[in-house]
Design a protein around this ligand. Structure first.
Ligand code: DUR
Length: 308
């Protein structure tokens, strides 16, 4: 595929460089996940799917879908009559950045984006429970600390950012709808920490590397006592929602000398606890199969309930 415009590459059809979608293929309301298999499972809850004749792991034939060459999968249909998309993005803050920016570029008007992911739990939330973070900060390896120079005596091995907030209405709606599907005692509120590694910056011990992360959990709780979850994407979603402008594509956000205050993206997130970091328990396949579709329906219910 040949691209034009090095600043924001698109092909002749108007497809973005990595997610590969073009105008008209994505709804204003988007559920994003990591795993493409999860996207396909959740697509079974969309309108008009012939469940009997659609084998598991197969994208329902009545829905639009596009798999990009960089591993993004987009599925678009309707839920309770309202247009929605599901986008699987893989893992990590870079993939979230590709997804949010490229989707924003091909959709007109305001957008609602909700992530349904998995996480490690630092609170009492058990494997299979759902956490709905009202905010997220970033845990970033301080690369300079590991340079081996002598001038890092006072530096910390991990940077902890400020907290960026989810959209409060989306968070509230998610908690309500998750509780309806899974029961109040399986739904948790608090703050998420997004890490730039599954390993070092999530406090996992790996003797093959110098990670200086033995005290990381204590530092996270000192930074934010409500720290509940660790994962790898949500901070970037909340951060980009907060910095989204209302300027149409190609128009400067500061065209009149003032930055626009109203954001065009409102975001929320929820995650299934896969790893209980205090007890070291890990989720079973049966629990994933049970929780995933219910959590997906709660997200779709929230996406269509909140006004654009
Ligand atoms: N994840 C974590 N940490 C965990 C469990 C799940 O980062 O302990 C999420 C984020 C990432 C993927 O997308 O799952 C890594 O397995």
């Amino acid at each position: 595929m040949s691209m034009t415009n090095a600043n924001f590459p698109m092909d002749a059809e108007g497809r973005t460089y990595h997610v590969g979608i073009k105008r008209g293929e994505l709804a204003n309301r988007v559920l994003t996940v990591g795993d493409p298999a999860r996207a396909i499972t959740l697509a079974r809850s969309l309108d008009g799917v012939d469940l009997e004749n659609t084998p598991a792991k197969t994208i329902p034939a009545n829905l639009f879908s596009y798999a990009s060459h960089r591993g993004f999968l987009t599925i678009t249909g309707t839920y309770k009559g309202v247009p929605v998309s599901i986008v699987a993005i893989g893992m990590g803050i870079s993939m979230m950045d590709f997804f949010v920016r490229e989707c924003r570029a091909v959709v007109d008007g305001p957008m609602l984006i909700i992530r349904l992911g998995s996480c490690g739990s630092l609170s009492d939330a058990a494997v299979g429970d759902i956490c709905v973070p009202s905010g997220s900060y970033l845990v970033q390896r301080n690369y300079d600390f590991f340079a081996g120079d002598s001038d890092n005596a006072s530096a910390k091995p991990y940077h902890l950012s400020k907290i960026f907030q989810a959209d409060p209405e989306i968070t509230k709606t998610l908690v309500k709808n998750m509780s309806a599907k899974l029961g109040d005692n399986h739904v948790w509120s608090g703050v998420n920490a997004t890490a730039d590694s599954f390993y070092s910056s999530q406090g996992r011990q790996d003797l093959n590397f110098v990670d200086a992360n033995q005290d990381l959990f204590t530092e996270l709780v000192e930074h934010e006592p409500n720290t509940m979850t660790l994962e790898m994407e949500t901070f970037t979603l909340y951060h980009l929602a907060k910095t989204s402008t209302t300027a149409p594509l190609g128009q400067s956000q500061v065209s009149n000398g003032e930055s626009k205050s109203k954001n065009s993206i409102r975001a929320g997130a929820c995650m299934m606890v896969f790893a209980q970091r205090k007890t070291n328990a890990f989720i079973t396949k049966e629990d994933v199969v049970r929780v995933e579709p219910l959590a997906g329906q709660a997200v779709f219910d929230s996406l269509v309930e909140v006004q654009l």
